[in-house]
Design a protein around this ligand. Structure first.
Ligand SMILES: CC1=C(CCC(=O)O)c2cc3nc(cc4[nH]c(cc5[nH]c(cc1n2)c(C)c5CCC(=O)O)c(CCC(=O)O)c4C)C(CCC(=O)O)=C3C
Ligand SMILES: [Fe+2]
Length: 386
């Protein structure tokens, strides 16, 4: 092939994502060995008022897995999947990865991106729903990292745009539907049709849920609960359509932390399994719709603790897969980048969304999922950065 024929490809590919010149995968981070566990937990809980007892207990969850959280490996796989997907679709957009709580740290990666000349960065957080923990806290971390770079004298700070919540994007939901179908198929035939679908997500303080999106608009539990209910219904409906059997379903919570006197979302998954068993349910599939990969909250709280609870009760259970590095999720991320890029260029865009809530906003409004204190947050209407 002559250079003349090859040449036009590069600028066109670059143009697809314009004005973005990079994607940042922004995640939670996790320890990679026993020596990392305590410093990691200190990073996560600094200033959070988590009881010491709870921290010791959670430390044991990590030590039980050799001090290694699976989350970093899962993010590396997602990075590979994103790069493969982008390359396969002519999208010439470099992908970086940084974490809030462990190496590679967000600040270091943003510094590297600035040094690489990236000026306009699309950010995908590995958290699909609204809430302080799932959204604003990541935006505060972005603001902190930008402030550090400014202090260090980085002349031109990159602009960061957080991609919209993707809880209802088909590329996030469809793999979970397949996961539920596979889990049902793995249950003994005689309990399969009566199995409950137990959708789970991270519990958060009820006060945080109520302010995760205006209660006047979303009702009790705010946008956080409403978005999860919408996804749960979409999955339950699809499973009914696919199997010809409607199954009872519930949204429950896991991984509660914090002081006992502070109310968090309930019921807890283990209590719920007990109640289901007492009410005569023959089996259950636990569906962790609140999480993007099979990280420690899934491996310990569901696969270890809740599964042991079910065994004790004699209740057959299965746990269905999270999206992880599913190629359909990688394609969804590409869709979100291109959609936002077109919107930033002022073009009309079609936005994919299942369920009743429609596509989420691009830009968090002032006061959306409010801060716990007066901390600046980037990538929203109240961002102090361009
Ligand atoms: C909504 C939400 C998500 C989902 C959205 C998202 O993914 O971002 C999430 C994810 C995760 N949470 C994780 C780990 C932890 N979360 C903690 C504590 C807390 N989580 C909270 C909320 C959430 N957390 C809250 C309100 C707290 C209380 C302290 C505070 O207000 O900040 C603690 C402290 C000990 C404890 O008490 O459990 C740990 C160790 C890991 C890594 C797992 C791994 O290593 O594989 C992941 C992906
Ligand atoms: Fe938000």
């Amino acid at each position: 092939m002559s250079d003349q024929l090859r040449a036009p490809e590069a600028p066109v590919a670059e143009g697809l994502a314009a004005p973005y010149d990079a994607l940042l995968l922004l995640s939670f981070g996790g320890p990679e060995g026993p020596d990392d566990v305590v410093p990691f937990l200190e990073n996560v809980t600094r200033g959070r008022g988590i009881p010491r007892e709870r921290l010791k207990e959670v430390g044991q969850h990590y030590f039980g897995f050799g001090g290694v959280s699976p989350i970093n490996g899962q993010n590396r796989e997602l990075l590979d999947a994103l790069r493969k997907d982008f390359a396969g679709h002519g999208l010439d957009l470099p992908v970086y990865w940084g974490n809030r709580n462990w190496a590679p740290y967000l600040t270091d990666v943003l510094r590297e991106m600035a040094a690489d000349g990236r000026r306009r960065i699309a950010v995908l957080a590995t958290s699909a729903y609204a809430s302080y923990s799932g959204c604003r806290q990541y935006r505060e971390n972005l603001a902190d990292a930008l402030a550090t770079l400014a202090e260090e004298g980085v002349a031109e700070l990159p602009r960061v745009d957080k991609l919209r919540h993707y809880f209802n994007h088909p590329g996030f939901v469809q793999p979970m539907i397949d996961g539920v179908l596979a889990s049902l198929a793995g249950l003994p035939e005689e309990v399969r049709d009566g199995a409950h679908l137990v959708f789970t997500t991270h519990s958060i303080p009820t006060a945080a849920a109520d302010t995760s999106g205006p209660v006047e608009e979303h009702g009790e539990g705010g946008a956080y609960v409403r978005q999860h209910l919408d996804v749960a219904r979409v999955i339950a409906d699809a499973v009914r359509a696919e199997t010809g059997t409607g199954r009872p379903w519930e949204l429950v919570y896991q991984s509660r932390s914090g002081a006992p006197h502070v109310p968090w979302l309930e019921p807890d998954v283990c209590d719920h399994l007990e109640a289901l068993h007492a009410a005569g349910a023959p089996a259950a599939v636990m569906v962790p719709i609140g999480f993007v990969s099979d990280h420690m909250e899934v491996l310990y709280d569901l696969d270890t603790e809740a599964t042991a609870k079910a065994a004790e009760l004699g209740l057959p259970v299965a746990r269905s897969a999270t999206v992880g590095a599913d190629p359909r999720f990688a394609a969804a991320v590409r869709d979100l980048v291109l959609e936002r890029a077109a919107a930033e260029r002022g073009e009309g865009v079609e936005r994919c969304a299942l369920g009743l809530l429609g596509p989420s906003h691009d830009l968090c409004a002032v006061g959306c999922c409010p801060a716990r204190g007066p901390r600046p947050a980037a990538a929203g209407a109240d961002s102090p950065y361009a």
